[in-house]
Design a protein around this ligand. Structure first.
Ligand code: PLP
Length: 674
């Protein structure tokens, strides 16, 4: 298994060993209920009190309150509820409270969502306004100056989780002061704890939520600071725990663990110094620049946490980068929400006015202050290898054989027929969203595009050389790489394209191995193709990957029975069928990267061939009636399940997938395909 380098510290962190010990101690030894008055309870109470006292010191809580809760989302709710209840009471008593709920445009979603929720529940009808940020991600203080006189509550984070941008909290405070703003002020300190010194009581901040799992404590523990004198309404009432500020028996294991982390912060010596962290980040940034000289950092490093990098690489989507990093055992996160094919642009980067290609392809690399020199060194080595793999086009296949490439499986598909030997290709039904990827593929392989065809006519596409389908005038056939591509009339103006091995004349039905059918129904091709010709559609959400006439006659029923193999079932299958073929359907780059930093061997030392999902159709013909069992694998199990289901539908009964993917099954790193 590729050893893991965890560079996603802003999402969550592992738990500090001392925190694990403290949690175990709280569960095994000091397990009392701090509300009990017997000795066991008193011991737990002492632990709770000491943890709170330490928390107060670490965040500089002064005379303010610190209560333990489940995490920052709860802290944010509590702060917003408290402020909004107070506002309603003040308004009901005739006091002017302002009209605006102002939140930084790059806040964590929990903030605007909580504001909108409690504003509606409490019937306040205040207006939510996003405070703009500038290109560096810093709050627009002039805008705040204009909004502050009407603000009822202001929410600004101390450090951003996606970009690491450090807010100018002193600048925000100065504006609130100079405008005599009476708004309640919440500062989300989740990403700030442990990364710089906090002195909350020295500021006018009313509420500051914290989360344990961002700094080596477990998930489910957090705390909320409330300034002395700031209004408070409990979110949870009941037994009166936490001084009746937050009821429910305390999460003592979590509190003990958080206390151990705070002790490490307070005593020093455990976490790296700022200078060390800056040095680590600079080394990562320099390595990234070497790997991808065109890289763009999405937040100025001088304004960001020393533990966060957010970047985009021209020509690479976040998904492509993440997949390769993940295969290399480097855990990073996309700076945006990815669906299977599209990366939704990050709202944080959008708010900074960053161009769409960058916000849609951003990667966040973040680490915690416990990181060590050796980890950064190993990370740099792997980043360099990932760069080399991706810059080489992520190839792990024979670049000279003809092949069919499907882009956008699971949605709108574009199809490309490549011939590496003659460096030529034909594009079929190019979808606008795939334009860049098509161009990148063509450029990578130094190909000449013989034709860009569509299955439906586009009158605007007529040129001196081509008709409305993009088909070149004066020829009935395109010949390349020993392949023959010819047209078939599907009726109603629709055309299909038949691809087969060239034997000199018109393609016989038996010779057609692929048919690109656009939106035609498979049956419309019955006169042109044989039962196993692969029918490649312009959309494949209902016809996963590809189809065939034989498949259309099969009853859906229990075709997937026994298809998903767990580790034990995989071993049993391999013992029974030594000839089974293991197929890694990840992209070439992921496959190649999975050998980085790990021994190169499949289960039982078997070779694993790499056939990215988009190239599956090129191999199906050879596999279909071979009788060789096929086991598909990928990272999460999603792509491999589609491949296995496709093969079964087409008539291969012994197609399987590795359930849960390599993320769950201890399948060792994969060797490069022979
Ligand atoms: N605020 C920020 C800045 C965060 O990064 C997060 C977590 O991603 C949260 C709030 C929510 O924290 P929790 O997971 O403790 O609810």
């Amino acid at each position: 298994m590729t050893s893991e380098i965890y560079l996603d510290g802003n999402a969550t962190s592992p738990v500090l060993p001392a925190a694990i010990d403290a949690a175990v101690h709280a569960m095994q030894v000091c397990y009392g209920n701090p509300s009990s008055t017997h000795t066991t309870g008193l011991q737990a109470r002492a632990l709770l009190d000491s943890a709170r006292a330490r928390a107060r010191r670490v965040i500089g809580a002064g005379g303010g309150h610190v209560m333990f809760n489940s995490g920052a989302t709860e802290g944010i709710q509590t702060a917003v509820l408290s402020a909004l209840c107070a506002l309603r009471a003040r308004r009901d008593s005739g006091e002017p409270i302002g009209t605006l709920l102002v939140y930084g445009a790059t806040e964590h979603k929990a903030v605007p969502q909580s504001l909108a929720h409690w504003n509606a529940v409490l019937g306040l009808n205040l207006q939510l306004v996003a405070l703009p940020v500038d290109g560096d991600g810093l709050h627009d203080l002039d805008a705040l100056r204009r909004l502050a006189p009407q603000a009822a509550m202001v929410c600004t984070m101390a450090a951003n989780n996606e970009t690491g941008v450090l807010s100018d909290i002193a600048g925000v405070e100065a504006v609130l002061e100079e405008t005599a703003c009476s708004a309640y002020w919440m500062v989300d300190c989740v990403q700030a704890l442990g990364k710089f010194r906090l002195q909350l009581a020295k500021s006018r901040i009313d509420y500051a939520p914290f989360s344990g799992h961002k700094l080596y404590a477990p998930k489910g523990i957090g705390m909320l600071y409330v300034r002395d004198g700031a209004p408070y309404t409990p979110l949870i009432v009941g037994g009166g725990q936490e001084g009746a500020l937050r009821s429910g028996t305390e999460n003592m294991a979590g509190i003990a663990a958080l206390d151990a982390v705070l002790a490490a912060l307070e005593q020093g010596g455990v976490f790296r110094t700022h200078d060390q962290l800056y040095d680590f980040r600079d080394r990562l940034a320099a390595t990234l620049r070497r790997a991808w000289p065109g890289i763009v950092f999405n937040a100025p490093l001088e304004h960001a946490l020393p533990t966060t990098l957010n970047f985009s690489v021209p020509g690479l989507t976040s998904r492509e980068l993440m997949d390769v990093f993940d295969a290399a055992g480097v855990r990073v996160s996309s700076g945006s929400a990815c669906s299977s094919n599209k990366a939704a642009p990050s709202y944080v980067l959008e708010a900074m006015g960053i161009p769409a290609w960058r916000s849609g392809s951003a990667i966040r690399m973040s680490f915690g202050p416990l990181v060590d020199d050796a980890t950064i060194t190993r990370a740099c080595e792997r980043i360099e290898r990932c760069g080399a793999i991706l810059n080489a086009g992520g190839k792990s296949h024979d670049a000279t054989a003809p092949y069919v490439l499907q882009l956008g499986s699971g949605a709108d598909c574009s199809w490309l027929v490549f011939d590496g030997a003659s460096h030529s290709c034909v594009v079929i039904d190019p979808h606008p969203e795939h334009e860049d990827r098509i161009a990148a593929h063509v450029a990578q392989h130094g190909c000449r595009v013989l034709a860009s065809l569509t299955t439906a006519p586009r009158p605007g596409a007529v040129t001196l050389d081509t008709d409305s389908y993009g088909w070149p005038h004066g020829t009935d056939v395109l010949l390349f790489g020993g392949q023959r591509l010819q047209r078939a009339d599907c009726g109603g103006g629709a055309q299909a394209y038949l691809l087969g091995t060239d034997t000199g004349g018109e393609l016989s039905r038996a010779a057609v191995h692929h048919a690109f059918i656009g939106n035609a129904a498979p049956q419309q091709l019955a006169a042109f193709v044989h039962d196993d010709t692969l029918l490649c559609a312009a959309r494949d959400e209902h016809l996963p990957l590809c189809h065939s006439l034989r498949a259309t006659r099969r009853q859906p029923g229990d075709m997937d029975n026994g298809m998903h193999l767990d580790h034990g079932a995989l071993r049993a299958l391999l013992a029974l069928h030594p000839n089974a073929l293991l197929v890694d359907v990840r992209e070439g780059g992921e496959h190649a990267a999975s050998g980085i930093g790990a021994p190169a061997a499949g289960p039982d030392g078997r070779t694993v061939v790499n056939v990215p999902l988009g190239r599956l159709t090129s191999h199906i013909g050879a596999w279909l009636h071979s009788g060789v069992p096929l086991v598909f694998c990928c990272r999460s199990g999603a792509r491999s399940a589609r491949a296995a289901a496709c093969l079964r539908r087409l008539g291969h009964p012994h197609a399987y997938d590795l359930a849960g993917g390599m993320a769950l099954t201890m399948w060792p790193a994969l060797p490069h395909a022979a």
